[in-house]
Design a protein around this ligand. Structure first.
Ligand code: PMP
Length: 420
């Protein structure tokens, strides 16, 4: 076919869309599950300066010591440039893997540096773990709601997601048991439970410590692996930490960690700590995806941990986020109409709001943007269309004054919606 001929219509392809994308017939079947996330689509609108965005989850990096970081990076290139700018191993820089073990010890984990694979953010860890374990049609159990980027990875590998409801203490063990029993009854292959135990994205709740052993036990009984995603664990507003699931059952938990929220998201450095056999496969998967994670970025993180008061920096982040959380909760209390409820996070970035029956947060969003406030509607956090009465509000990035103004505008939109 020459370039000037119109694309040929093949049986099974959609004639309308063929005109838009001449490559449509070429894509692998699994790309059908790859759709733009509602939340990412929002970013363009929400970043207009007149809009108060309570939508994104961008860390507030203003408190980082940029001058000393810039000196440190220059020193790194001057002293160790030939290593920093060279390929490394898919496994990750050994010194960094040792430091990661010290960090994980703060949540009770005893890991060996050999069992850590450094990743390009924990998002890459999610992608690799799903790639390793999920064939099309396999089931992943996830909290309802769940992290949008994880749902994207599950969809990309054509896994089916079954959501399990939470309450204020996180995942409800009884609901998990029931979901697993039902899935087995219907002949489904459940591959793993994906869970965010601490300061959940988007729900803002934390899994009660008393529930942790029970959840692990249920997964053991049903022969299901646990994937624990913990990017916010050190951001408890009172400095509190919780025992990681990984610390309680090392042989059945794959743990995902990240420097995105405790240091700098743009460096894209995260990690996976996996049972030994899984780790070997992960290194192979990492090699085929990226050859190796960026050496320079790993060395930047490693030097930062060695030379900066990183615990003091995390404390500064926590104080910053606590002030914003307080601003949001008191504004919600003051302005939101009767019938709205919301979670009260003790750490992390997010509040999950439920609005009265009859209000559809997805349909309302364009009207909210016209009123110069943006949020993430709940449906983006479910794989099954649920969540139209929910929304995620992030307090991590805007200043307390902007948060108060944003919530005031949101309350106005909700009130007119409820009058309709
Ligand atoms: N998991 C969760 C629960 C998250 O909230 C995020 C980022 N928003 C990630 C994983 C990905 O983080 P990163 O790739 O930046 O480490």
């Amino acid at each position: 076919m020459t370039a000037s001929q119109p694309p040929e219509h093949r049986p099974g392809s959609e004639p309308g869309r063929n005109n838009l994308d001449p490559h449509l017939d070429r894509y692998a079947a699994r790309t059908a599950g790859m759709t733009a996330s509602e939340i990412r689509a929002l970013f363009a609108v929400a970043s207009r300066p007149e809009v108060v965005s309570l939508a994104g989850g961008m860390p507030n990096l203003a408190a980082l010591p940029l001058d000393s970081l810039s000196n440190q990076m220059a020193e790194l290139i001057a002293e160790d440039g030939l290593t920093a700018l060279q390929y490394g191993s898919a496994h990750g820089v050994p010194a960094l893997r040792e430091q990661i073990c010290e960090i994980m010890a703060m949540e009770g984990i005893t890991g060996h540096p050999d069992d850590i694979v450094v990743t390009v953010g924990s998002q890459m860890g999610l992608d690799m773990v799903t790639r390793l374990f999920c064939d099309p049609g396999d089931v992943v159990i996830a909290e309802g709601p769940s992290y949008v980027g994880a749902l994207g990875s599950f969809a990309a590998y054509q896994a089916q997601v079954i959501h399990v409801a939470m309450d204020d203490d996180g995942l409800v063990p009884e609901n998990l048991r029931e979901a697993l029993t039902q899935a087995e009854k219907h002949g489904k292959r459940v591959k793993f439970l994906y869970t965010i135990p601490n300061f959940h994205n988007p729900a803002g709740v934390t899994l009660a410590v008393e529930r942790r052993a029970e959840i692990l036990e249920i997964c053991r009984q049903h022969d299901v692996l646990v994937v624990e995603d913990n990017p916010y664990g050190l951001l408890g507003f009172n400095g509190q930490t919780y025992p990681a699931l990984r610390s309680m059952d090392p042989d059945n938990v794959v743990y995902l960690g990240s420097f995105s929220k405790t240091f700098a998201s743009g460096l894209r450095v995260g990690w996976v700590l996996a049972p030994h056999a899984v780790r070997e496969k992960l290194v192979l998967a990492a090699e085929s995806a990226t050859l190796c994670p960026p050496t320079l970025n790993q060395l930047v993180v490693s030097r930062y941990l060695e030379t900066h008061d990183w615990k003091g920096q995390i404390k500064t982040f926590r104080e910053n986020y606590r002030e914003r959380r307080d601003a949001m909760l008191s504004a919600l209390e003051q302005h939101l109409p009767e019938g709205c409820t919301w979670t009260r996070p003790d750490g992390g970035f997010y509040v999950w709001v439920t609005v009265p029956e009859g209000v559809d947060t997805k349909a309302m969003l364009p009207r909210a943007v016209t009123a110069r406030v943006a949020y993430a509607s709940g449906t983006g956090f479910y794989a099954d269309g649920f969540g139209s009465r929910q929304m995620r509000l992030s307090y991590c990035y805007p200043t307390p004054e902007r948060i108060r103004e944003g919530v005031r505008r949101l309350a106005g939109v909700l009130e007119s919606e409820m009058d309709l």
